[in-house]
Design a protein around this ligand. Structure first.
Ligand SMILES: *[C@@H]1O[C@H](CO)[C@@H](O)[C@H](O)[C@H]1NC(C)=O
Ligand SMILES: *[C@@H]1O[C@H](CO)[C@@H](O)[C@H](O)[C@H]1NC(C)=O
Ligand SMILES: *[C@@H]1O[C@H](CO)[C@@H](O)[C@H](O)[C@H]1NC(C)=O
Length: 385
C-alpha cells in the first residue's frame, strides 16, 4: 500500500499553519502493514491510564479528541498520531486498553507515560519499563500466532495482524527521557553522563531481542531538550546561571545531547549489523531546539511557559497543582487551568508538548532531513517556512 501524504497529512497541517507553503511531492517512503511502538508519554496513546486505572481531567484532550479519556498527556494529538496519519493508518491502540474491542490489526502501542529504558523502581510512575514493554510484545505476538493457528484466518483479520506483519512491520521507539530527567533528582551531572552507556546497553539488548524475533525495521527517536521543560526549569533553574540563552537548564540539555550522540553511534552500529533490515535514527532534539529557539518565526508566542498549569508567568508550572487538577491551598481552591489559545504555546502542561508543537515536529520529521539515513525526500513533504 503506497501512502498519499497529500491527503492524510498536508491538509490538517495546512489548516493549522496557514502561512506554510507546501510543495506537494509524489509518494511516501512509509509502507508498512503494522507499527509496534515502544516508549514513554511522548507516544503513550492511553496505556498508563488504562494500565494503572486513573484518569486525566479536562483540558487534557480538549483540542482534538474532546475527551481526556484517550489518556494522552496532551491537549490533542501526539507525534506518533501524526506519523500514523502520514502512513494513512489508524491511531495505535494501547496494549493495555481492553475497552471497546480495540483492533490491533495495524499494530499495537506499548508506550506508557513515565517509562524508562532501565528497569523501573518500585516507586516509579510507570512499572512498564522497556523490558516489560518488550515482554508484552512477545506475549502479544505469541498469542496472535496461537489464535491464528487455532482458529485460522478471516475472523481474526479485523483485530489481529497477519503473521508476516511482525517481520514487515515498523518498530518505533521514543524512550530515554525519563532515565535522564529522573536521575537529576538523586545524581550529579557527572554520574548521569557516566550512566548513559549502561542505559544504552539495555536499549541495545531490547532491540537485539526484537531482531532475534524477526523484527527488521527500526525507527528510533532521540530524546528532546529536557532542560527546556518547565518542570525542570522550575526545579533546577531557579539560579539564572544554570540557564542557557533560551531559558533552558544547561545540565539537562548536556545530558540529552550526550545520550543522543551515543544513541546515534549505536544506531550506526546496528545499521552495519542488520544488513537485511533498516535502522532509522531521527533527530528530535534538533527539531525541538530549533522550535524553542526560533519559536516566534515558527508561529508560536510561548517557548517554555506551560499552557495548562498553575502559577502564571514565567512558567505557569506548580508541581503540586497539575494541569486539570483542583486543590485547596491556604484555604483557597485553585485549579491548573488551560490557556486561551494552546496553539501559541509549545508546551502543554510543563512536561509535554502541545498538539500544535507536535504537529510542527511531525512535519519536520516528514521532511526527511532529520533522519539518518536521510529519507531521500521520498516522503516528499518539503516545508518552507
Ligand atoms: C534558529 O534558526 C536559525 C536560522 O534558520 C538557525 O540557523 C538556527 O540553527 C536555529 N536555532 C536552533 C537552535 O536550531
Ligand atoms: C500560602 O501561604 C503561604 C504563607 O502565607 C505563602 O508563602 C504561600 O505562597 C501561599 N501559597 C499560595 C499557593 O498562595
Ligand atoms: C490561536 O493562535 C494561533 C497561532 O497564533 C492563531 O493562528 C489562531 O488564529 C488563534 N486562534 C484563536 C481562536 O484565537
Amino acid at each position: 500500500m503506497a501512502i498519499s501524504l497529500t491527503k492524510s497529512f498536508a491538509i490538517p497541517l495546512l489548516l493549522a499553519m496557514c502561512s506554510t507553503i507546501f510543495r506537494i511531492g509524489s509518494s511516501a517512503v512509509f509502507d508498512y502493514p503494522a507499527v509496534f511502538n515502544f516508549g514513554d508519554s511522548n507516544s503513550d496513546t492511553g496505556d498508563l491510564v488504562a494500565g494503572k486505572g486513573f484518569s486525566l481531567s479536562l483540558p487534557y484532550g480538549q483540542n482534538y479528541f474532546k475527551t481526556p479519556s484517550t489518556g494522552r498527556f496532551c491537549n490533542g494529538r501526539l507525534i506518533v498520531d501524526f506519523l500514523m496519519d502520514a502512513m494513512d493508518m489508524p491511531y495505535l491502540n494501547p496494549y493495555l486498553d481492553s475497552v471497546g474491542a480495540p483492533s490491533f490489526r495495524k499494530g499495537c502501542n506499548y508506550a506508557a507515560a513515565g517509562s524508562t529504558i532501565l528497569p523501573a523502581a518500585a516507586t516509579a510512575v510507570s512499572p512498564f519499563s522497556l523490558g516489560v514493554q518488550l515482554n508484552q510484545f512477545l506475549h502479544f505476538k505469541a498469542r496472535v500466532l496461537e489464535l491464528r493457528a487455532a482458529k485460522g484466518g478471516k475472523k481474526l483479520d479485523k483485530y489481529l495482524p497477519d503473521e508476516d506483519y511482525f517481520q514487515k512491520g515498523l518498530y518505533m521507539f521514543d524512550i530515554g527521557q525519563n532515565d535522564l530527567a529522573g536521575s537529576f533528582y538523586s545524581k550529579t551531572l557527572d554520574q548521569i553522563l557516566a550512566s548513559i552507556p549502561s542505559i544504552l546497553a539495555e536499549f541495545e539488548n531490547e532491540i537485539q531481542q526484537l531482531y532475534n524475533e524477526g523484527a527488521r525495521n527500526f525507527w528510533i527517536h532521540n530524546t528532546g531538550p529536557l532542560g527546556c521543560l518547565a518542570q525542570n526549569v522550575a526545579k533546577f533553574g531557579t539560579d539564572p546561571s544554570k540557564l542557557d540563552e533560551f531559558g533552558c537548564v544547561t545540565s539537562h540539555n548536556q545530558a540529552a545531547k550526550l545520550f543522543n550522540l551515543q544513541l546515534h553511534a549505536l544506531c550506526k552500529k546496528l545499521q552495519g549489523q542488520y544488513t537485511d533490515g533498516t535502522v532509522t535514527y531521527v533527530d528530535i532534539y534538533s527539531i525541538k531546539s530549533n522550535l524553542i529557539a526560533n519559536y516566534s518565526r515558527l508561529g508560536f508566542e510561548q517557548p517554555i511557559m506551560a499552557c495548562c498549569g498553575y502559577g502564571g508567568p514565567p512558567l505557569n508550572y506548580d508541581r503540586d497543582i497539575g494541569c486539570g487538577q483542583t486543590k485547596t491551598l491556604n484555604g483557597t481552591t485553585v485549579t491548573g487551568k488551560g490557556c486561551d489559545n494552546s496553539s501559541k504555546y509549545i508546551n502543554w502542561d510543563g512536561i509535554h508538548y502541545s498538539e500544535a508543537a507536535n504537529q510542527f515536529v511531525s512535519s519536520q520529521i516528514l521532511t526527511g532531513k532529520y533522519s539518518d539515513p536521510p529519507l531521500d525526500n521520498k516522503l516528499a513533504l518539503p516545508l518552507e517556512l
